[in-house]
Design a protein around this ligand. Structure first.
Ligand code: SF4
Ligand code: SF4
Length: 441
């Protein structure tokens, strides 16, 4: 079978052996639950509850605050304790609904009820997905109902399920592909119902041969669904590299995947679509990998959104020793954390605790013009040159040299022998450009 790929990329140590063969465990939440109003790209959600209100599991507690925004659903039953700023994984204080969990899991009416998606119209399916508060769970947090409403739905010819999971250490998508493949195929069928001319592709890196053969066998009889094996290479799962590997089409920062005829959703997002549409269960949980050499028993957990990371760490047996570095997400694209006393949010994919911080062991030095960063950049840009503009805070120069084509994958910084903090500098510069554009708009 043809294995697809893209130009550039790296092969970092993947650390997946720590958790890939351990079944997902469900963790029951205790104590206060925190629901930030911004867990997605776009406008913050607007609270629908106030202090003292009783809420049920599955109840919408905040509604989308604009076209690009998402509802927030309570993952427990209990009483609203406060609406106040709380620390979130990005390190920011975000206005959040705090609910004291009564631990009875009293649900809203109709929660969990079976529903036949083939009897629903396209509008009904999109509305259910919107109501369920679903956003891209692969990390971006883009509201899914918006993604599934492109300008011209007839031009969509690929619906791609992103099963690459190229980020080192993360195995949550792999475990779901092995444990709940029928929900992934079911969710894909729901999405395909929205696009009359599309074919479904489940794209999986070839370091997951068991998932490729399991799902491949299950879709053998499906006329409109195929499994595409991808070469294992980071960042294979980034939207642009994945679209190129699957369809041969290229997109840039000014385009959406739909402009290239593609809709891309990651494995857990597709499962969430299946659960919302076919099982009347909104987005109240996600799978989180808790891993790293500092963790006693690395695991994947089925975690309720809003619960504290500390509870997941405790379920993983705690820490063997004090970690030098804690990251929310994977080592390539994740955010360093100063505390784990923060809530699991919709975009929380992993908690990585490492005894050594390799990056802190080296002092950056001057560029030796080796060109390695150029050869690995999947964005076909010249990181070494881009760095000159980022360091000088020359925002115009950064933009003119394709800085916005950077997907912040970290490949350039990973291979740089001078240990230059390329990606960190690009992140800052990209933020400054976005800010400038926002002000101008
Ligand atoms: S410049 Fe951006 S896209 Fe290119 S390798 Fe570096 S982080 Fe990745
Ligand atoms: S990899 Fe590092 S040292 Fe080599 S050209 Fe790029 S920035 Fe310079």
């Amino acid at each position: 079978m043809k294995k697809r790929t893209f130009k550039g990329g790296v092969h970092p140590y993947d650390g997946k052996e720590l958790t890939k063969n351990i079944p997902v465990e469900t963790v029951v939440p205790h104590g206060d639950m925190i629901f930030p109003l911004s867990q997605h790209i776009g406008a913050p959600a607007k609270p629908l509850v106030k202090k003292g209100d009783y809420v049920k599991m599955g109840q919408m507690i905040a509604e989308a605050g604009g076209f690009i925004s998402a509802n927030v659903i309570s993952s427990v039953s209990g009483t609203v304790k406060a609406i106040e700023p709380r620390l979130v994984p990005s390190g920011e204080m975000v206005n959040s609904i705090v609910i004291t969990n009564d631990e009875s899991d009293t649900t809203v009416d109709g929660f969990g009820k079976n529903r036949d998606y083939t009897k629903l119209s396209k509008e009904e399916i999109r509305q259910i997905i919107k109501d369920a508060g679903i956003v891209g769970l692969g990390g971006a947090g883009f509201p899914t109902h918006v993604k599934l409403t492109p300008k011209n739905e007839d031009e969509i010819d690929y619906v791609i399920v992103n099963g690459a999971e190229c980020e080192p250490y993360l195995t949550s998508d792999y475990r779901m592909m092995m444990e709940e493949p029928e929900k992934i195929i079911g969710g894909l069928k729901v999405i395909l119902q929205l696009f009359d001319n599309a074919k479904g592709v489940i794209a999986i890196e070839d370091n997951k041969p068991e998932a490729i053969s399991l799902i491949g066998e299950m879709v053998e009889e499906e006329e409109n669904i195929e499994v595409y094996p991808l070469k294992t290479k980071y960042p294979q799962g980034a939207e642009r590299t994945l679209i190129y590997a699957v369809s041969g089409r290229e997109i840039n920062s000014t385009m959406l995947p739909a402009d290239a005829g593609c809709i891309v959703d990651n494995v857990d997002t597709v499962i969430s679509i299946y659960m919302a549409v076919c099982k009347s269960t909104p987005l109240i949980r996600r799978i989180v990998t808790v891993t790293g050499d500092a963790v006693v028993q690395p695991h994947n957990f089925n975690a309720r959104i809003g619960m504290n990371y500390l509870d997941l760490l405790e379920a993983a047996g705690g820490l063997k020793e004090n970690p030098e570095k804690i990251v929310s997400g994977g080592p390539m694209m994740g955010m360093a954390l100063s505390t784990v006393d923060i809530p699991v949010i919709k975009t929380s994919s992993a908690l990585l605790c490492m005894t050594h911080d390799e990056a802190a062991e080296f002092e950056p030095s001057a560029c030796i013009r080796c060109g390695r960063c150029v050869s690995v950049c999947p964005g076909h840009i010249v990181p070494q040159k881009l760095m000159e503009f980022a360091e000088r805070h020359d925002i115009e120069g950064f933009e003119a040299n394709f800085g916005m084509e950077c997907c912040e994958c970290g490949c350039c910084a990973y291979v740089c022998p001078a240990k230059r903090p390329l990606t960190q500098a690009f992140k800052q510069a990209r933020k400054a450009v976005m800010e400038k554009r926002r002000k101008k708009a």
